[in-house]
Design a protein around this ligand. Structure first.
Ligand code: ZN
Length: 587
């Protein structure tokens, strides 16, 4: 039965107000629902007009503090009005440890909060896209996970699997529910196992971490999302800060276990402000909708139509060939162009060639390496994954991007996104531009060689079409880690080599001033590599990529990429993988 959200929202608030008046909760649990015209911010203690608080998504307009939300409040902010249908309300509670007064306490909380447990689940629409949704609620025993929470969540995930729907869970929890002992711990296993089946069915799972998400919930469903988002400054961690502090006897660093800390350490994809959550979720759901039949072919026809109105393609190809043959540019000239700081970066290509790009972050293990960017975007009405080495355009950004030289966590992030693309059957477009993998102590300590090797190993059998485009410098193994693909293309003025010309001259001739000479010897230009069969296509730059030629080059690329997609998406998975194997086997 569909529930009228606004009514629930109102009712929920009334109950909340009574709770506060009757002092139901301990001080730290007080739900932040305002009473009367003004409400005091629990952080900055300023008086806020209650109406402003509501219209501002329950964010303090003075200090930006996020008030905690009840489950129905959250639902009303996120889903399309009138579309929420609640599931599994009123499951029977049990008391496996026969803990004194437990069931009575639950009854009282049900009465006082208007929710029947620490999670509300159901199905709804967000911007007209159907999804299963679950919202944890800290007002109910700190959102702890007992049998009923685990059961509601598991049932929701199982139903989502059979209905082939995505799942979105908003988490907030103190962890396992102590009163239920080991039965509570088993909920971590049960929910994780249900999510694995959902994932194996190729379905999307998004988690939104809200303040606080800790303990057993972090060690199960909270951290298992294909995409993990978090509200700003939310506390998220396994062991609580107080426990850690007591155990190690040290002060914890500023911002420890907050969302920003998690993003930096590669555990979450993004931090999303409350007012942007609905749109972000809607966008992510759209990016996981399958393309309309024939959309790529129609896109190609559309592009051709525009192109041929302006250009005689045969003549253009002949001109490109003529220009290439008469070019006086030496290999070293190309090296210099490829390294030039005003070459477009991966993000420039991504924004020019695709639509609706959503960047994802982190390797889920150690860090978010800024030298590799990746995410989901639309190309020709079809979702694709895009991944590329990213150089900076300013000194400051270059330091953040480590000059496009990746650490192991960069390759591990790319591999995570590669596996994600495979799960959702998205083709991948790579943009390669790196002087090489980062030579550093930390990189070696964290297994640089293993990280690159893993990419090669896994890319060889990815079940979706893979295209790699060398856009600037293709530096050795660090470049190949994003280039074991069905086809490899090079921009006309890019280079791709086993080593830098300086390094080559230094190793073979003990003289790194002979780099110009080395560049010629090494056969590192697009024309040389096409002749050797290392690459399939040269993208002309007419004759150098700059603001004037950019649009034309991008149009050329779009058409060729659309051709690639049509050709490779028509192949069976076996054929695709066999071809890829043979492509590299021949060398
Ligand atoms: Zn405030």
């Amino acid at each position: 039965m569909a529930i009228k959200l606004k009514e629930l929202f109102k009712k929920n608030n009334e109950i909340e107000n009574n709770n506060q008046k009757n002092n139901i909760y301990k001080t730290e649990d007080i739900p932040s629902v305002p009473d009367g015209l003004y409400t005091a911010c629990e952080k900055c203690h300023e008086m806020i007009l209650t109406e402003d608080l509501y219209s501002g998504n329950m964010v303090c307009p003075k200090c930006g503090h996020y008030f905690k939300l009840g489950a129905y409040q959250r639902i009303s902010m996120i889903v399309d009005n009138g579309t929420f249908e609640e599931w599994d309300k009123g499951l029977i509670e049990n008391n496996p440890c026969e803990y004194d007064g437990y069931l009575k306490k639950i009854e009282k909380l049900k009465e006082n909060t208007g929710i029947d447990e620490a999670i509300v689940t159901g199905v709804a629409k967000i911007d007209d896209k159907e999804t299963v949704i679950g919202i944890c609620d800290t007002r109910f025993l700190m959102g702890s996970m007992g049998h009923v929470v685990g059961e509601k969540l598991t049932r929701a995930v199982e139903r989502a699997t059979s209905m082939r729907l995505p799942v979105i869970i908003f988490t907030c929890s103190g962890g396992a529910r102590m009163q239920e002992g080991m039965v509570s711990l088993m909920q971590m296993a049960k929910t994780s196992a249900a999510l694995k089946r959902h994932s194996d069915a190729g379905l999307l799972y998004i988690t939104v971490l809200t303040d606080p998400t800790t303990g057993g919930v972090t060690a199960s469903f909270a951290m298992l999302g294909d995409i993990i988002l978090a509200e700003p400054k939310a506390l998220v961690g396994f062991a609580g800060p107080r426990v850690i502090k007591q155990t190690i006897g040290k002060e914890l660093p500023e911002g420890f276990q907050r969302s920003e800390f998690l993003l930096e350490h590669g555990f979450i994809d993004n931090i999303v402000k409350r007012e942007e959550l609905r749109d972000t979720l809607a966008k992510l759901l759209r990016l996981h909708t399958s393309a309309k039949r024939d959309s790529m072919r129609k896109y190609k026809e559309y592009l051709d139509d525009i192109y041929h109105k302006k250009i005689d393609e045969d003549k253009e190809e002949r001109d490109i060939e003529k220009q290439r043959k008469s070019s006086k540019d030496t290999a070293w000239d190309r090296v210099e162009i490829a390294r030039s700081s005003d070459r477009p970066t991966a993000l420039d290509y991504i924004y020019s060639l695709t639509k609706d790009f959503y960047e994802l972050h982190g390797d889920r293990l150690y860090s978010d390496d800024g030298s590799i960017v990746g995410g989901i975007a639309m190309f020709g009405g079809q979702p694709v994954t895009v991944i590329g080495h990213q150089k900076g355009t300013t000194t400051k950004e270059n330091i953040k991007r480590n000059f496009g030289m990746s650490n192991p966590e960069g390759y591990r992030k790319s591999l995570r996104l590669i596996k994600q693309a495979e799960k959702f059957r998205r083709p991948i477009i790579f943009f390669v531009d790196t002087p090489g993998a980062y030579p550093g102590i930390g990189a070696e300590e964290r297994g640089q060689g293993r990280a690159i090797a893993n990419n090669l190993f896994e890319l060889s059998t990815v079940k979706t079409p893979l295209l790699s485009i060398i856009t600037g410098e293709g530096g050795s193994g660090g470049a190949l880690a994003l280039a074991l693909t069905d086809e490899v293309w090079m921009m006309e003025n890019s280079v791709y080599s086993v080593l830098s010309p300086e390094g080559f001259a230094s190793i073979l001739w003990k003289d790194n001033t002979r780099a110009h000479e080395a560049a010629e010897k090494m056969k590192m230009t697009a024309a040389d590599l096409k002749e050797l069969g290392i690459i399939e296509r040269i993208i002309p730059e007419f004759p150098v990529l700059n603001a004037d030629t950019m649009n034309h080059v991008m149009m050329y690329m779009k058409r060729k990429i659309a051709d690639f997609m049509i050709q490779y998406q028509s192949k069976s998975v076996e054929e695709l993988i066999d071809n890829r194997y043979n492509r590299f086997r021949k060398f």
